[in-house]
Structures are given as C-alpha cells and as structure tokens.
Design a protein around this ligand. Structure first.
Ligand SMILES: C[S@@+](CC[C@H](N)C(=O)[O-])C[C@H]1O[C@@H](n2cnc3c(N)ncnc32)[C@H](O)[C@@H]1O
Length: 371
C-alpha cells in the first residue's frame, strides 16, 4: 500500500530549539576541543611538520574573500565558524540555521545560499515572525522527498530531528526541506547500488565501518547512523567544520561514543560510535577494514594533492571488495579541476550509478570506485 503522507503545517525554529544546560555545556566542551585542534595545526605548521595539503584551501581558505556582499563586505564559511565560536546560547540552539556553507542551502530563508547574503550575525530573537511571512505551501523538494521515500524501504523514511532550530514542512512526523531532500537523494543512490542493503545485513552480525571525508554539519552521517545503528562512522573534515558536526551529532545521538581524535597515527576502534578526525591527521589514520568510504560535494572543492592524499587513505583502508561512493560536480569556482582524472591517479574502475527512482539528480554525478 502506497504511503499516504499527511501535511501538518510548518515547524518554526522556536519550536525546535530547546537546548538544555547540559547540552549547552557539552557543546562548549566540544568547542574547546576544536580550539585545541586549531592550535595544534598552527603549532605543527610553524614547526614545518604540516604541508599545504593540511591547510584549508579552495572554498575553505580563510585568507580568501569568498562571497562579496552588497555592502562591499566579504564573507565566507569562516564567518559562520566565527559565529559558532561566540558560544552564544541563542546561536547554538539554532545551529542548523547557521549551517548553510555545507549544503549550499540557506535553511533560515528557505533559499539557495547564493541568492542571499551570508548570515553574518545572530538572527533576531523573533526570527520566526519574519519566517511566517516567507513560508508558503511545501516547495518541490517536499514532493520529491515524498515521491522518493514512497519507493524506498520504510526504514529510510525519517527526517532530521526537531532540534537546533530545524525548520520545514511537517509531513507525518517528519520535518522536510530542501536539505532533507538532498540527503535522501544520497541515501536513495546508496540503496539502489546495493550498498546500503548489504551493510544493513552485515550490521546484524558485526559493526559496519564507514568513513566520510568532508562531512559538513553531519547530515549524511545522521541518516546513516539512523539506518545502521551498529556502525562506526569516521568523519574527516577541517577542525572548523568538525565544530559543527560534532556539536550536532553528539547532541542528537547522546547515548553513544563520540571520539574527537587529537593525535596522529590514531587507531579507530572496532565498536559502534562516531570518530571525528581533523583533515591534517587523516594521512596517518589507522582505519582498516572499511566497508564504505564516502565523499559528497567536497572533493571538487579541494586541491589535487588533497584529493590524492585522501584516495591513498581510502585505498589502504577499504576492506577487500568494499567501495568508495562519491557524488560531486566536476568542478568548483575556487578549485577548477578534472575530478575524475585526479581520483583516477589512485583509485580504479569508476562506475556511474544510475537511479531508477530519481528522474533528475540534483547534487552531482554519483560514482563508485574500487581500491
Ligand atoms: C560543500 S560542503 C559538503 C558537506 C557535506 N559533504 C554535504 O554534502 O553536506 C564541503 C565540505 O568539505 C569540507 N572540506 C573542505 N576542505 C577539506 C579538506 N581538505 N579535508 C576534508 N574536508 C574538507 C568542508 O569543510 C565541508 O564540510
């Protein structure tokens, strides 16, 4: 029987932004850990022990003016990071509204981030009043989510939680927006190529090991952990981005292990949980027997040397027969390149994933690679 979803209005940010004192304190401790990682990066760099591949570059280069605003100011991802590091309760409790850098969608204004000024300051306390003027009937992403979810196993039918100011159209008990749709597209592709069903099956007897490079605010990791609870998910990103995803995931998955790696040569444990690794510690990471490696919407924003370094990590870490799932656009404005050629320097046998469920993919060309 086809699922008959019911629209129950719109969830505004005040209704999804409860953050307890304990949660706030935990996030503060996380942000202190992140400051430690940035200080270590500085120290290792000045000792000459880190090269250019360890530094944020391309769209993530803090020294580059990335977005030109109408008032002649410039903004970037670091603008969002600086806001987060204010450790302001009102900002942290609505963290999702400050996470536009990762999906390219400005959830706060329900618009592509490129159509709006970057969010440069704390949103007004009565922000939802303004939002009520913006919200109309569900946009097309809600229809796409519903149509796609209808063709997928019921176990994939959920959204991000009503937490951190998540906003969106309420469909049954889900909160849907363009962001939710974007992550379901990836889940659908991972399902259709057979990887997700195989990992779900494997997780019944052993902890599945997944590594994601460039994990953003943790959106895909959230979906994967919900679908495969018996998983160890290793997230590699710049410390500035780990600040977002560790704060998010540690709060929405409170009962499980979240380890922030603070040393080189770290051996990733066997059991379930999350491991967070700074990009500059990735080359020496010990993460054998990986069942899946992932990169979405970020390798195209990296330098060739960074891509090759990650591909070598993937190559030495994938279990026999395991694959690398990658979905990217071919180039980005700040790091134009032939991504396939760069990955092909290390990994082999790229195969396009065709979707029989989604007529037009939105978030780049999906491929599987072998070690
Ligand atoms: C456009 S976002 C995409 C995030 C996420 N994959 C998604 O699709 O929502 C690009 C991500 O790549 C990360 N990134 C940039 N340079 C990186 C590097 N050298 N190593 C690891 N991650 C990097 C950014 O911090 C950011 O999280």
């Amino acid at each position: 029987v086809a699922w008959q979803p019911r629209l129950n209005g719109f969830l505004f940010s005040d209704a999804s932004s409860a953050l307890s004192q304990q949660e706030f304190d935990n996030i503060n401790a996380i942000l202190t850990g992140i400051e430690g990682l940035i200080a270590r990066r500085q120290a290792l760099t000045s000792e000459g022990r880190l090269d250019a591949t360890a530094q944020p570059s391309g769209n993530w280069d803090p020294t580059k003016k990335q977005v030109y605003e109408i008032d002649a100011q410039t903004t970037s991802f670091m603008t969002s990071f600086a806001l987060l590091m204010q450790r302001d309760y009102d900002i942290l409790k609505k963290l999702r509204l400050y996470s536009q850098a990762f999906s390219g969608y400005q959830l706060a204004t329900l618009a592509p981030a490129v159509h709006r000024p970057w969010i440069r300051e704390k949103l007004p306390a009565d922000y939802d009043r303004f939002l009520r003027m913006l919200v109309g009937n569900p946009d097309e992403s809600v229809h796409k989510f519903v149509n796609t979810a209808n063709k997928l196993p019921e176990a994939y039918r959920f959204s991000f939680p009503a937490k951190f100011g998540e906003i969106g159209w309420i469909v049954d008990d889900m909160v849907l927006s363009k962001d939710t749709w974007m992550y379901l597209e990836r889940i659908c592709l991972l399902h259709e190529c057979g990887i997700l069903p195989a990992l779900i099956e494997k997780s019944k007897t052993t902890t599945v090991r997944i590594m994601e490079i460039g994990s953003g605010f943790g959106g895909l990791a959230y979906f994967l952990k919900r679908i495969i609870p018996n998983s160890r998910i290793v997230l590699i990103d710049l410390p500035e981005s780990l600040a977002f995803c560790l704060s998010y995931l540690a709060t929405v998955f409170p009962g499980i292990s979240h380890s922030l790696v603070t040393t080189a040569d770290y051996p990733v444990p066997e059991g379930p949980g999350f491991t967070y690794v700074s990009n500059y510690d990735a080359p020496s990471l010990q993460v054998p027997n990986l069942d899946l490696a992932i990169n979405t919407l970020s390798m195209a924003e990296m330098e060739d040397e960074q891509i090759i370094s990650y591909c070598k990590l993937i190559q030495r870490s994938l279990a026999p027969g395991a694959q690398f799932f990658e979905q990217n656009f071919g180039f980005s404005t700040n790091a134009t390149k032939n991504l396939v050629a760069a990955i092909s320097q290390v990994l082999t046998n790229p195969r396009l994933i065709q979707s029989a469920i989604i007529p037009t993919l939105e978030k780049g060309t999906p491929r599987l690679w072998s070690a």
